[in-house]
Design a protein around this ligand. Structure first.
Ligand code: 1CP
Length: 381
């Protein structure tokens, strides 16, 4: 059957008129529906679209989890991947930070390795370590297991995202997935890595195997993002966290075609696409070329400089150093105001940290930071 759902303006209007349930497309299509109202006019989505905003929108990477005592209490005794496949836990943990902070978006509580585990890859998330793979991928023989993701593989994602969209009302839900390079780094090195020796060896020594691996991962990522959008997510973020470890030329050759493929596949989804990586100062321009609507910036490059490096027609997201939040408020406040001032030079700005919230961050500081961002005029008066 052909899947005709697309985010044409007319379709969007009909979906909006009929309410969220009308947009629930047959689940086997892996399709895309329009942004559900009333989130469409939220400051977060307006900033993604580079439209004027009443205040600078703000959310935090890793806001769901890690630093919140209520998260740790809820997670106690439940393995990470079990929590990530339980709709009620996903829903509750996604909502926890919104009860504390007046952030402008929720981020779906999941992990970049969830789709890999869902298609049968032996992978665990070890406490204090991160994702660890039973049998790392090292050759072409290991690739067939990386089959496309089907909606039936992750019913808990669809269920939780639908519940969340209903619950969140006007607050947008951000869906996300790992970028192909970052997923490859866990699969090939077998776990968190500093220098990505096995991953880079494969990339340099076996380009054909590498591109086949990356193509398969791009398809899995596309499927995972499309499912979240079909279930109501109104923006998506591609976390290609570790691409900053590549040179510009290697990124262009080994990663860019696959990231482009992901963004192209989401182009008709009618939702903003955000592209984020760490240590990507040298790559910001080319990451913009990959096709996202918003480019995430870590703390190393000031936003006015980032705006010069990224092609026109993109909003920026970032970029306070998460470690600054461990300093006294007298340090945090001027640094935040500086990020906001530089962010005003971009065509659109979503305030965020340059990477995830550190686990030892005081939640009250994040609450105060959110208030400061909202209280600071979004455009020079
Ligand atoms: O038990 C725990 O609480 C473990 C910590 C944890 C959490 C809270 C892991 C293990 N994953 C998650 C959830 C998660 N992962 C979210 C939740 C939504 C949010 O609030 O943001 C997100 C967006 C991710 C995405 C993710 N997982 C990334 C990309 C984002 C980033 O920070 O760069 C990466 C690289 C991972 C892998 C991963 N999962 C977990 C850890 C500790 C890691 C990193 C390991 C490493 O350093 O390589």
């Amino acid at each position: 059957m052909s899947c005709a759902f697309a985010a044409e303006p007319a379709t969007a209007a009909v979906l909006v008129a009929l309410g969220p349930a009308a947009g629930a497309a047959p689940s086997h299509c892996g399709i895309i529906m329009a942004v559900t109202q009333p989130a469409a006019e939220s400051p977060f989505l307006r900033a993604c679209r580079r439209q004027p905003v009443p205040h600078t929108p703000v959310w935090y990477m890793r806001q769901a989890g890690r630093s919140l005592p209520e998260y740790r209490a809820l997670r106690a005794g439940t393995a990470m991947l079990d929590a990530l496949s339980t709709p009620d836990l996903i829903t509750e943990i996604t909502l926890q930070p919104l009860r504390r902070y007046h952030v402008d978006a929720a981020i779906f509580f999941s992990d970049i390795v969830v789709p890999l585990r869902a298609i049968g890859v032996g992978i665990e998330i070890k406490p204090g370590v991160g994702p660890v793979v039973d049998n790392p991928i090292r050759s072409a023989h290991d690739l067939p297991q990386l089959r496309p993701l089907e909606p039936d593989d992750v019913p808990y994602v669809t269920e939780a995202a639908r519940n969340l969209t209903a619950e969140l009302g006007a607050t947008p839900l951000i869906g996300f997935a790992g970028g192909p390079y970052t997923l490859a780094s866990y699969l090939v090195d077998g776990g968190p890595s500093k220098n990505f020796e096995a991953t880079k060896s494969l990339m340099y020594a076996e380009p054909a195997v590498w591109h086949e691996l990356m193509s398969r991962l791009a398809e899995i990522t596309i499927g995972f993002l499309q499912m979240q959008v079909a279930a109501g997510a109104s923006a998506v973020q591609l976390f290609d966290s570790w691409v900053g470890t590549l040179s510009l030329e290697d990124y262009r050759r080994a990663v860019l075609p696959h990231s482009k493929r992901v963004f192209e596949a989401l182009a008709g989804a009618g939702v903003p696409r955000i592209h984020f990586g760490v240590g990507t100062g040298e790559l910001l321009g080319v990451m913009g070329e990959a096709g996202a609507d918003v480019v995430g910036v870590d703390w190393r490059v000031p936003l006015d400089e980032a705006a010069r490096r990224v092609e026109p027609g993109k909003a920026l997201q970032g970029n306070l150093d998460p470690a600054i939040l461990l300093a006294p408020w007298e340090v945090i406040e001027p640094r935040t105001l500086e990020v906001l001032a530089r962010g005003r030079t971009a065509e659109g700005h979503i305030f965020n940290l340059g990477h995830g919230v550190l686990p030892q961050t005081d939640p009250d500081v994040l609450a105060r930071l959110t208030e400061l961002v909202h209280a600071t005029p979004a455009s020079p008066s």
